[in-house]
Design a binder for this molecule. Sequence first.
Ligand code: AMP
Ligand code: ZN
Length: 464
Amino acid sequence: MRLYNSLTRTVEEFRPREPGRVGLYTCGPTVHDFAHIGNFRAYAWEDLLRRHLEARGLAVHHVMNITDVEDKIIRKAAAAGASLREYTDRYTAAFFEDARALRLLPAHVYPRATEHIPEMIELVRRLEAAGHTYRSEGSVYYRIGSFPGYGRLSGLDPDSLRAGARVDADEYEKDDPSDFVLWKAQKPGEPAWDSPWGPGRPGWHIECSAMAMKYLGESFDLHTGGVDNKFPHHENEIAQSEGATGQPFVRHWMHCSHLIVNGEKMSKSLGNFYTLRDLLERGHEPRLIRYLLVGTHYRNQLDFSEKALEQGRAELSRVDNAAERLARLATVERGEARLAPRVEAAREAFFAALDDDLNVSGAMGEAFQLVRDVNAAVDRGEASREDAAAFEAFLADADRVFGVLRPWQPVEAAPAEVLALLDARQAARAAKNWAESDRLRDAILAAGFVIEDTREGPQLKRRA
Ligand code: AMP
Ligand code: ZN
């Protein structure tokens, strides 16, 4: 399989460190608000990447962090008069609910930043010992001039590095490569943890370095995010991790282009965003939203519009119609499987396209060509029950990656309290607290729902 590597700026053969196993770190949500569908473009593409790696037989260990402490969160929690945890729990639960609605495979670990402060402190200490830091007024900064590779990922001109200039903000301007903060001294009224430098909190970038290395090791295969994460976030992650360990942090970096509306990046700050909830309330099917999110090649901008929704709806119904026509046929006609070799060729071409840096348009093109051929065969009266089975098997395989080619059974809408119990059960299971997980399962049962564990995570069904 060949994948573009942002570090080398070329499409390369993807070779995991250990044959057959892949460590994947995806930068997760900053839980200060509902995620918008621009964010979900990143998560949906990462889901497609993971599913394709798995379809090719690789065992993926997927870690997605939950950023639950940084500038914006602290500001907004204070404005809402809520504790950090109360405030972020609300949006973390909303994130999991949206991710389930879009059928994103759950990560194996969802580390929360606030539950890994000791690991972050330890990493800052290692950087201090290695001479990459300096202190000022209770804060600790990374001296980017001390790390020769700084700027390699984002292609910064080394001459633009301004010695001594530093920033405290978690997010900063693209053209401002400055020393950045690792540990921030507490300001009045802010949440803080004890540290060797006094009370304070971690900077955003150190969070991901510490959690990625804890769960995937000092050196791992794949790290992804939206293209806006490249600088400063991922550049800083590399400097922090490699500065401390002396090992290459990540072998293969991948970034998706933005989802845009009317020519502009969808973002909270521009106010041009929709959440998944907005779209579902307007009556759009979650399946259609997922189709649009995964249907554009990840390195191209995704233009999200009414027109794209229309077109996507028409494309999905063409696939459904062909499958239905064949299914009806399947009950009456018997005969030779004349289409079977055609279906086999389509399957090969479909997966070969995905092997080529996740060429989704190529793969979908194959699927749609097959749909046309199937329809033509039905029109000519040349399709049989065996053909129907072959086509159905193709859709099932292709759908293990895309997750949209077959109609979705509506998921039973469970009340928010029950969903909250389900999230708590997932957390208990992640912490291997089986007694608590059993207790929560019983509470869910008492509320009238049973949990079915599926590949796409636990689903709730109303109790019969
Ligand atoms: P955040 O919660 O802001 O840290 O963003 C979460 C993820 O969404 C990151 O991987 C971002 O790069 C990505 N992201 C943010 N806005 C967009 C957008 N308009 N299109 C695609 N990805 C985005
Ligand atoms: Zn990150």
